[in-house]
Design a binder for this molecule. Structure first.
Ligand SMILES: *Cc1c(COP(=O)(O)O)cnc(C)c1O
Ligand SMILES: [Zn+2]
Length: 388
């Protein structure tokens, strides 16, 4: 029997089927009531699809850090501490577990990625010894692609966007000889349900739900998963109310934010992609419905959305590094940059921002000049000046 049911109509869904037959809704893993209660109290991971040791690299259970702030409480969830440096490991571990330990037909992985999914799935494919091919846009996220390649899988670069990679992966997945669940990573029941655990981890540490959760969004299974987790906790009477969600995208490709602001269904992004923040630059060409599911999750939370210029995202990244000691990639910094750019978020509100990926994955010089001068007196004077 499937442990997955449609989040919208409740019908049972058998993975790796990505959406509900009846209403196109999003399947979510059904944890038992006992697991839910325990999930908050002691072991948040029981709220997600089971992960077996042979498919785990130690993902999840990431730190929640409080930032010193004059205003309302600000927390950041450090997803960069996952084994390959992004939250994508949560989904990879659940998917790998389904492939090796449960009664599914998953025999191989074909993945479309702009970077972090490639790096993550590649590592978990190595761990589980599943054959794996990763399709990336040529020239995308070179550090992440190198990270993926290190695990010895087949890596294909194609001349196109993430959507083109996704279409190719789906074609391969359509071959019944190789049933593959990850080609639909962005709407994969294991993946979104694994992301749901983040809500339980947050409530294991916080006394009350935050007012807001800010999330960088590509197609949005991260946001959708966390929102579903909170909704389930509220439905079970375990929290008084759910937080509002703020979806953040880069202005150079923001199909979901555009739709939320215009109050209309999500359409794919037809304009050129003019942002460097590749981890969230998903034009949704051919699968706008994935983005629409994300919009529905934002609406269900009484949430909002904001698109940020690359310069504003870069400034947020610099601030995180200089004021808080956090090295994150640009997409993650967008979650912080969103706070000030969103009028609905009050200064006194309690905000949790999901910092999705590690800064080492993105090479930009964060400090401008390195001066070669070995004079000890000058070093002392410099330290003194900065201690004032
Ligand atoms: C994948 C990714 C996102 C977006 O997540 P989705 O679930 O695809 O919307 C955000 N930040 C980083 C660093 C990512 O790798
Ligand atoms: Zn349904």
């Amino acid at each position: 029997m499937s442990r997955f049911a449609c989040h919208h109509c409740g019908a049972s869904v058998v993975p790796p089927q990505p959406v509900c037959d009846r209403c196109d809704g999003f399947p979510i893993y059904q944890a038992s009531a006992v697991a839910l209660t325990n999930g908050i109290a002691q072991e948040p991971s029981v709220a997600g699809p089971p992960v077996v040791e042979g498919a785990s690299l130690g993902e999840g259970d990431t730190p929640l850090l409080k930032l010193g702030a004059q205003t309302g409480p600000r927390h950041v969830k450090l997803e960069a501490t996952n084994p390959t440096g992004s939250f994508k490991d949560r989904g990879s571990a659940a998917l790998g577990s389904a492939a090796v330990a449960y009664d599914t037909d998953i025999e191989a992985l074909v993945v479309a990625s702009t970077g972090n999914t490639a790096a993550s799935v590649a590592a978990y494919a190595a761990r589980t010894e599943l054959p794996c091919t990763v399709i990336v846009p040529a020239g995308a996220g070179s550090v992440k692609v190198a990270q993926a390649g290190a695990h010895g899988l087949e890596l294909l670069g194609i001349d196109g966007t993430f959507s083109d990679c996704f279409a190719l992966a789906r074609t391969v997945a359509g071959d019944p000889g190789v049933l593959n669940a990850t080609a639909v990573y962005s709407a994969n029941p294991y993946v979104a349900s694994a992301n749901r655990v983040i809500a339980f981890e947050l409530m294991a540490e916080l006394a009350t739900p935050p007012d807001w959760v800010t999330v960088p969004v590509g197609a949005g299974p991260l946001l959708g998963g966390i929102q579903a987790g909170f909704a389930e906790l509220a439905a079970a009477g375990l929290i008084p109310e759910t937080p509002r969600f703020c979806a953040v995208q880069a202005r150079g490709c923001h199909p979901i934010v555009r739709a939320i602001q215009a109050d209309e269904p999500v359409r794919s992004w037809k304009q050129p992609i003019t942002t460097e923040v590749s981890a969230i630059a998903d034009p949704l060409r051919g699968y706008a419905a994935d983005g629409e599911r994300t919009r529905q999750a934002v609406l269900a939370s009484d949430g909002t959305a904001v698109a940020l210029d690359d310069s504003r995202i870069a400034a947020a990244r610099t601030r995180l590094a200089r004021e808080h000691g956090l090295t994150v990639e640009p997409a993650s910094a967008a979650a912080m940059g969103a706070i000030q750019a969103t009028p609905e978020i009050a200064a006194s509100d309690h905000v949790v921002s999901i910092l999705t990926g590690h800064g080492l994955k993105h090479h930009t010089r964060m400090s401008p000049d390195v001066d070669v001068d070995p004079d000890p007196g000058r070093i002392r004077r410099g330290l003194l000046a900065r201690s004032e």
